[in-house]
Design a protein around this ligand. Structure first.
Ligand code: PLP
Length: 463
């Protein structure tokens, strides 16, 4: 009998949760079941997911940002199918491939002029690892500076630049010479850089955890200070890049020129893992400075044909469908509509973002009845209020969203860039109703709140 994935999926359609409980990360299944996100998705297209009863869900998570052009984009599928049928010589290794050259050329058409070289890896974290090594080698300095609340990935080097204790705890000792300063704090940056022993300052132009935006003078000053003290300026655009914020790069909002620019996630349309470092020729030529060092850093699967083809097709789709302009205008529209709700709702404190990277922040209310309810949740677990928003958004309105980070009351939207007016209306309607319901105490949402609080208290006791 011939091997068929479709047949396998159909035969084992009800087995995914038991299999994960038995053989993979059981805690993830527990989380999904506790918050009621345990659906049996069967299909995905663009910004939508479909379960086995063909219910449609609006995906505002986009696989943590990888599906910027939407899921299963037909142009990228066609490019991948074509690549497979061509039976190309892939990963010859003692060779260089045309597809990786073409993708490098295409990416560099979008980067600041100063960046003329590309290094390919297989993930965001691998791009970060490369940046750490390249910065150390080029500057012959050991130390790397990063920001509090930053996220640069979870491999050991990248984790050493991670601003959240929850991710780091128990995995140490991490890389020596890494330290954190507050984001958007130029005085702290200058104080750290003035020791003149820091190889690189790595920063997300807009922080993913919490969607924290810098002041307008921050990144230009980062560029200036890094130059002054001989530190490389590394912009981590793994989440913010490739159109997410309504411009090709988030750094384009401030016109800055980093020494290294990192991308991954959206670059290959969500199909094939990829990571990329764009850099100056000075950095590339310093690391790969002799023939016997030609393979001094790399990874077996990097530059594989499928990732490169997917990257080329994705950049074409972004251009042909003018998705970045759409992202800017739909994003602005969603942000201003959500901001207009602030005077109506005591719990709603701030809506911020750029393009389709949006944060909706909640905080303590003024009125006494609501204050007590808020206090109950915060005591049980800081940041729990957000679950009272994301769970009804999912269950009642079929909107998949996420909390922006640990211990914060911020809901984050990171949808595909092709959202339509219909999707925008769906989002605004659902948030309006859900936030209004949160202000009804007692009410059905607060029954959910009590349940969440009791789960959180039980979890704390078992620690
Ligand atoms: C800004 C940033 N850097 C690095 C990473 C790590 O990327 P990956 O998960 O592909 O390793 C992420 C992932 O969310 C990210 O948002």
């Amino acid at each position: 009998m011939s091997f068929s994935i479709a047949q396998l999926l159909s035969d084992r359609n009800n087995d995914k949760f038991p299999l994960h409980e038995q053989h993979l990360n059981n805690q993830m299944v527990r989380v999904l079941k506790t918050i009621g996100y345990d659906r049996n998705y069967q299909k995905a297209s663009g910004q939508y997911l479909y379960d086995q009863d063909n219910n449609e869900y609006l995906d505002l998570l986009s696989g943590f940002g990888v599906f910027a052009v939407g899921r299963n984009h037909p142009t990228i599928i066609a490019a991948l199918q074509e690549t497979l049928t061509l039976e190309l010589p892939n990963l010859v290794q003692m060779d260089v491939s045309l597809l990786s050259g073409l993708l490098a050329e295409k990416i560099l058409q979008h980067t600041p002029e100063k960046l003329t070289k590309i290094f390919f890896a297989n993930s965001g974290a691998e791009a970060v690892e490369a940046a750490i090594k390249f910065a150390r080698y080029t500057t012959r300095r050991e130390k790397i500076l990063h920001c509090q609340h930053s996220f640069h990935g979870l491999t050991l080097g990248a984790l050493s630049l991670n601003g959240e204790e929850i991710f780091r705890e128990g995995f140490g000792p991490l890389l020596p010479g890494c330290s954190a300063i507050p984001f958007n704090d130029l005085a702290a940056l200058e104080a750290a850089l003035s020791s003149k022993d820091i190889a690189a300052f790595i920063v997300e132009p807009i922080q993913g955890k919490g969607v924290n935006l810098p002041d307008d003078d921050y990144l230009p000053e980062v560029e200036r200070l890094c130059k002054q003290y001989g530190t490389l300026f590394v912009a981590d655009e793994i989440q913010t890049g490739i159109g997410r914020t309504g411009k090709f790069w988030a750094i384009d909002h401030w016109g800055v020129n980093p020494d290294m620019l990192l991308m991954a996630k959206a670059l290959s349309g969500g199909f094939i893992p990829v990571g990329t470092v764009a850099m100056t020729s000075k950095i590339m030529d310093s690391v790969f400075n002799r023939m016997d060092r030609a393979v001094v850093h790399g990874s077996t699967f990097s530059k594989n044909n499928m990732a490169m083809a997917a990257g080329l097709a994705t950049l074409q789709v972004l251009e042909d469908e003018q998705m970045i302009a759409n992202c800017a205008s739909v994003g602005d529209d969603i942000i201003s509509n959500l901001q207009a709700m602030i005077p109506k709702y005591e719990f709603l404190k701030e809506v911020r973002g750029k393009g389709l990277m949006i944060a909706i922040e909640f905080g303590p209310p003024k009125s006494l009845a609501l204050k007590a309810a808020w206090g109950m949740l915060e005591t049980a677990n800081k940041g729990l209020f957000c679950q009272m928003v994301t769970i009804p958004l999912f269950k009642e309105h079929h909107i998949l969203s996420q909390v922006a980070g640990h211990g914060m009351n911020v809901v984050k939207l990171l949808p595909p860039l092709n959202l339509t007016q219909k999707d925008r209306d769906w989002i605004i309607r659902a948030f309006d109703k859900t936030i209004a319901d949160c202000h009804q105490v007692p009410g059905s949402i607060w029954e959910l709140g009590k349940n969440l609080a009791s789960h959180a208290m039980k979890a704390k006791k078992t620690l």
